[in-house]
Design a protein around this ligand. Structure first.
Ligand SMILES: Nc1ncnc2c1ncn2[C@@H]1O[C@H](COP(=O)(O)OP(=O)(O)O)[C@@H](O)[C@H]1O
Ligand SMILES: [Mg+2]
Length: 261
């Protein structure tokens, strides 16, 4: 998974959300969910989106992924407008749905179905590499039913990585895992972003876990309750690796809470 493009500087925009509005419709009445949302994720940045439950975080992520069209405004990835799902953007969900009758490897290969330019052998090769990066070497031929929650989530990550995306979108990816597994996967997620072994240029993480956000994010976008507007954007300048027991860490956690309450 080598980097073939020239590397622009760290922080140069990869994802741009520009004045996005979204209305759902309830009994034909428009129900505003997102109002004038603008945000950016830059090169080598991990940006967290947070806000109250039901405010529209998943909806915003689905708009960035091209799965939902905004009612107004636009999303650009590397300067081209998002008009539908695209190859350079991948998504990891909270509960990744794996096909139970396919092995870990076959599940990752299945995620490459749309890549008509790859031969079966090339797909397997890519999938093996992605499984390796996701920490699943030796588990290629195991069926989902025999994998723990954390391992299944790793398969989800491998499936995203195998598509060699430039942007990885993650919707509460750790919230259904036990603490230790979640912690391990959090650390690995940041490594994926900065690793030269992956194609990833930006990660956008939706989370309601403020400590998780301060552990991982370079920037936090805080949404208000419904309809959601951007109520704050904070640049977390804590050095890495971050000490979750330090005073500054808790100051940052408090700061985010103060925007949420
Ligand atoms: N397909 C849909 N049709 C109508 N309303 C929806 C749809 N999807 C989500 N909603 C509503 O939009 C709001 C935002 O949902 P969501 O983006 O899932 O919030 P969050 O991820 O922040 O919890 C919620 O009130 C939800 O009920
Ligand atoms: Mg959600």
């Amino acid at each position: 998974m080598s980097q073939s493009e020239p590397k622009p500087g760290r922080g140069s925009p990869v994802v741009r959300v520009e004045h996005v509005n979204l209305d759902y419709h309830k009994e034909k009445e428009p129900l505003p969910v997102l109002v004038d949302i603008s945000m950016e994720a830059g090169r080598d940045e991990l940006v967290a989106i947070t806000g109250p439950s039901g405010c529209g975080k998943s909806t915003l992520l689905r708009i960035i992924a091209g799965l939902v069209r905004p009612s107004a405004g636009a999303v650009k990835v590397l300067d081209s407008e998002v008009k539908g799902p695209r190859e350079d953007v991948a998504m990891v969900f909270q509960n990744f749905v794996l096909l139970p009758w396919r092995t870990a490897l076959e599940n990752v290969v299945f995620g490459l179905s749309s890549k008509k330019d790859l031969t079966g052998e090339q797909k397997r090769e890519r999938a093996m590499q992605a499984l390796d990066v996701a920490g699943l070497t030796g588990f290629e031929n195991v069926y989902p039913g025999e994998l723990s929650g954390g391992m299944k989530q790793r398969v989800g990550v491998a499936r995203a990585l195998a598509t060699e995306p430039k942007v990885m979108l993650m919707d509460e990816p750790f919230s259904s895992l036990d603490d230790l597994t979640a912690e391990r996967l959090r650390k690995e997620t940041h490594s994926l972003l900065i690793s030269p072994e992956t194609s990833i240029q930006s990660v956008i993480l939706v989370s309601h876990n403020v400590e998780e956000i301060i552990e991982l994010a370079d920037k936090v976008v805080i949404l208000s309750g419904r309809p959601a507007r951007v109520s704050g954007v904070l640049t977390v300048d804590l050095p890495r690796p971050r000490n979750k027991k330090s005073e500054e860490f808790f100051r940052w956690v408090d700061k985010v809470y103060s925007y949420l309450s």
